[in-house]
Design a protein around this ligand. Structure first.
Ligand code: AMP
Length: 327
């Protein structure tokens, strides 16, 4: 079975955009591939998080991914810092990574521009840590968004370079897996653009019913269509797109017809949309609460995931040591 490795950035709660844009695909992937999902807590240190934030976000991610349907019997879900072998491979890869090429990585240049006071070596070597995570398990496929494509090219470059330096055919070049192209883009509620945490326009899977209703009722609309079958402006299209994602087709068609007949009442549409979003989120929310309250279970899932990940990691690191010349 082909192996899929994917990192999860510990950046807080999952929203509908994360679910429909990524997590839902992960849940499907675990049936077709040998999946390893890891919480990238070492990567997160580049922004100097507080210890309690690291602890909390690790627990949150575990609970939320399990609630979304990641099944620890099918996929390994582990915490990056539990698999120490990665650090050793990171060191070896760094020895063959050059300052010039690391400095040319677009995401690094962006960080330099955005946070000039914190241009640390971890940021610079982010691609070698990511490559270590992937190459460690000889991943065939890595699900990534467009923004990660350059880091994937670096991972392939490091794999080829290692093979060339040591005259071996050891690491295979991991493929990028662009499931995002097929996944829907979930719009925000503020009239334009996509749903995102930093955009402040997100509905989170853990939001309660009242919060969901409040957020949806506040969504930007206009004064309504002025002629039949008019093209929808972006804020209105966004509401319809959300409805297409979470509501029944009949519901969507009903409001779409109303729009086309200029009979739409946005208040009614929003009430329906809020109810449908809540129906979608409620069972996930309940599972999030249940898993979050069961620290023992979360610890067990992370331990089993780490054990599975450490198995292939240990094998790789022993072979790599041998290739490099350590006995
Ligand atoms: P982020 O936490 O913003 O880095 O998002 C993690 C992943 O969730 C991204 O790589 C996307 O695959 C997915 N995602 C985030 N926001 C959206 C959205 N509004 N629509 C679709 N997918 C999204």
């Amino acid at each position: 079975m082909q192996k899929v490795v994917s990192g999860i950035r510990p950046t807080g709660n999952l929203h509908l955009g994360n679910y429909f844009g990524a997590v839902k695909s992960f849940v499907q992937m675990q049936n077709e591939y040998d999946c390893l999902f890891f919480i990238a807590d070492w990567h997160s240190l580049t922004t100097h998080p507080k210890p309690e934030n690291i602890r909390r976000s690790t627990r949150t991610i575990l609970a939320e991914y399990l609630a979304c349907g990641i099944d620890p019997d099918k996929a390994a879900i582990y915490v990056q810092s539990d698999v120490k072998q990665v650090l050793e491979l990171y060191l070896y890869l760094n020895m063959n990574a050059y300052l010039g090429e690391l400095e040319r990585v677009t995401s690094f240049k962006e960080k330099v521009r955005k946070q000039p006071d914190n241009v640390n070596a971890g940021l610079l070597t982010y691609p070698s840590l990511m490559a270590a995570d992937i190459l460690m398990h000889k991943a065939d496929k890595v699900p990534v968004g467009k923004d990660q494509e350059q880091n994937m090219e670096m991972a392939r470059l490091f794999a080829r370079r290692f093979n060339r330096i040591y005259e071996v055919e050891y690491f295979k070049e991991p493929e990028s897996f662009h499931f995002n192209q097929k996944a829907v883009k979930v719009p925000g509620l503020d009239g334009s653009g996509k749903m995102g945490k930093s955009e402040g326009n997100a509905i989170y899977l853990c939001d309660d019913e009242a919060t969901i209703r409040k957020k949806v009722m506040r969504a930007v609309t206009d004064s309504g269509p002025t002629e039949p079958n008019q093209q929808k402006p972006e804020p209105i299209q966004n509401l319809f797109t959300l409805m297409e994602i979470v509501s029944a087709p009949d519901t969507y068609n009903f409001f779409n017809d109303q729009y086309n007949n200029m009979a739409i009442r946005y208040g009614d549409m929003k009430k329906q949309l809020a109810a449908d979003i809540n129906d979608f989120c409620a069972p996930i929310r309940e599972r999030i609460l249940a898993y979050s309250a069961d620290e023992e279970y979360l610890a067990k899932v992370a331990r089993l995931g780490a054990e599975k990940a450490a198995e292939s990691a240990q094998k790789t690191i022993e072979e790599v040591r041998h290739i490099i010349g350590f006995r």
